[in-house]
Design a binder for this molecule. Structure first.
Ligand SMILES: *Cc1c(COP(=O)(O)O)cnc(C)c1O
Length: 479
């Protein structure tokens, strides 16, 4: 495919720029003017439409097919969410920060307040801030809130405990907030080793961060006990709730002893994850941590109107504008439209789909932890490895057969990991066609393994040297 610049023909154009009606009070000084016109591509509208449509057809998205990328929840988000996101285009909550502003943006402020209450109810927490802009940002905010809590009690604790199956952002966020990380290994039953945890616990531990369900897709049955052990030593417990579609309406982390949680609106609540788009990682806390939440806060007055209040003991601001507002509008619409019964159905369907996938594929693929999973299941390509086939070969074969690959080589504690998350929005028919191709890949691995090493062969770009692609990135090339 040609670059847009190569389609350029001098004098061709798809737009007519109106004559400027801005008075030329102060002409640009000569030194700031271009010596030559900008070398922009000159193309007709039709050239442009074909060019970008052509590019988009080389893209893979959940609108084109199944996207079982474990830990990313690439579910389908109904198009009506787009409407919700654009409803507030001319009424942004940032106006509330201007004198007399709150009266002008009662709608957006009540939406933020309403979403905070919905999320508090869903997670069992007492207050929520919508400021963080991503899951990892929520983790860092939550750990900073925990640090402020300990500091206010005159304690200077040094460590954050993280199980080895946690999402990589957990130790990274805690380290960013200034803590040293203590990692606890996974026991043979797939959860954090309780004895090792007990041994690591002491009065220097500020917090324990639990990814729930963990990255093996397993819900830890000991969380109440873990919370109790931590609290006895004065530590707080953090729930990484990025994948909340696993437990919606079933468990409220606040009820089992967690002090802090973040959730990913861009995964669970109406916005897709990935693609570098805007995200939102609200943080919920129990009452003892409310004073340390970021400032300012949206508050509801006695007369029912909404205002903005500084929060002097808080950790300060972690973002502008109370976070990414359009994402909040989508989440509010999603939660309101589904309601309690709908949210329960979300988690039931997500878990049912993942268990169906697990049951159908375990004949051919090694299942390191063979117990009921939550929203995702993790296989290992270790059987295929005996024929020289790696997880990456299977992933690339799936591309040839029209599917986005699952997450591979994560979590790190499973060799040749293949992590599949079907999500709640996929039908049995779609899952069956994916399962058929996965079983076929296992068959090819057994009989003609070398074929898998060449995959993908149907794409504009074949097998890449992924290390080199990351180290010597070239974003523009002739395809
Ligand atoms: C996606 C994810 C995160 C991080 O969320 P980002 O918005 O990508 O920063 C954290 N924890 C878990 C378990 C996740 O799946």
């Amino acid at each position: 495919m040609k670059l847009i610049y190569e389609l350029s023909v001098s004098g061709r154009s798809g737009v007519r720029i109106p004559v400027s009606d801005v008075p030329k009070a102060a002409p640009l000084p000569q030194s700031l003017r271009r010596a030559e016109p900008a070398a922009l591509p000159e193309v007709a509208e039709l050239d442009l439409v074909r060019h970008f449509t052509g590019l988009s057809r080389r893209n893979y998205s959940v609108d084109t097919n199944f996207y079982p990328l474990g830990s990313c929840t690439m579910k389908y988000n109904a198009k009506v969410m787009e409407n919700a996101g654009s409803l507030f285009a001319d009424s942004h909550p940032v106006l509330a920060l201007l004198p007399g502003g709150p009266e002008k943006v009662q709608g957006p402020l009540s939406l933020i307040h309403g979403l905070e209450q919905q999320l508090a109810e869903i997670t069992g927490m007492d207050e929520v801030t919508t400021q963080p802009l991503a899951g990892a940002h929520g983790e860092m905010t939550g750990i900073m809130v925990i640090a402020a809590y300990h500091k206010a009690r005159g304690q200077n604790r040094r460590y954050v405990i993280v199980p080895d199956s946690s999402h990589g952002t957990n130790p990274a966020s805690a380290a960013m907030a200034g803590y040293e990380i203590v990692t606890i290994p996974t026991a043979p039953y797939g959860d954090m080793d309780l004895d090792a945890f007990r041994a690591a616990m002491n009065d220097q531990v500020a917090a324990v961060m639990m990814t729930c369900p963990n990255t093996l897709g397993i819900f830890n049955p000991h969380i109440a006990e873990i919370c109790e052990i931590a609290h006895q030593a004065g530590a707080l417990v953090y729930y990484d709730g990025a994948n909340l579609n696993a437990i919606l309406g079933k468990v409220r982390p606040g009820d089992v002893g967690f002090d802090v949680i973040h959730v990913n609106l861009h995964k669970t609540f109406g916005t897709p994850h990935g693609g570098g788009g805007p995200g939102s990682g609200p943080v919920g806390v129990k009452s003892h941590l409310i004073p340390y939440l970021p400032t300012p806060r949206v508050v509801k007055g006695a007369d029912g109107t909404f205002g903005v209040e500084a929060h002097p003991e808080g950790i300060g601001r972690v973002s502008d504008f109370f976070g990414n507002f359009a994402i909040m509008a989508r989440a509010f619409a999603y939660i309101t439209m589904l309601g309690r019964e709908g949210l329960i159905e979300v988690s039931e369907q997500a878990v049912l789909n993942a268990n169906y996938m697990m049951a159908r594929l375990k004949e051919e693929y090694e299942l390191p932890f063979d117990i009921t999973c939550m929203h995702e299941c993790v296989f290992s390509a270790s059987r295929q490895l005996k024929d020289g086939v790696h997880a990456i070969d299977i992933a690339k074969y799936l591309i040839d057969r029209g599917f986005h690959p699952p997450t591979v080589y994560f979590p790190l504690n499973v060799k040749e990991a293949i992590m599949i998350e079907p999500t709640e929005t996929e039908s049995k028919q779609t899952m069956d066609s994916f399962i058929a191709v996965m079983l076929e890949a296992a068959e090819v691995a057994r009989t003609r393994p070398e074929e898998l090493h060449d995959a993908p062969v149907t794409t504009p770009v074949g097998r890449l040297d992924e290390t080199r692609a990351a180290r010597a990135l070239q974003v523009c090339c002739e395809l």
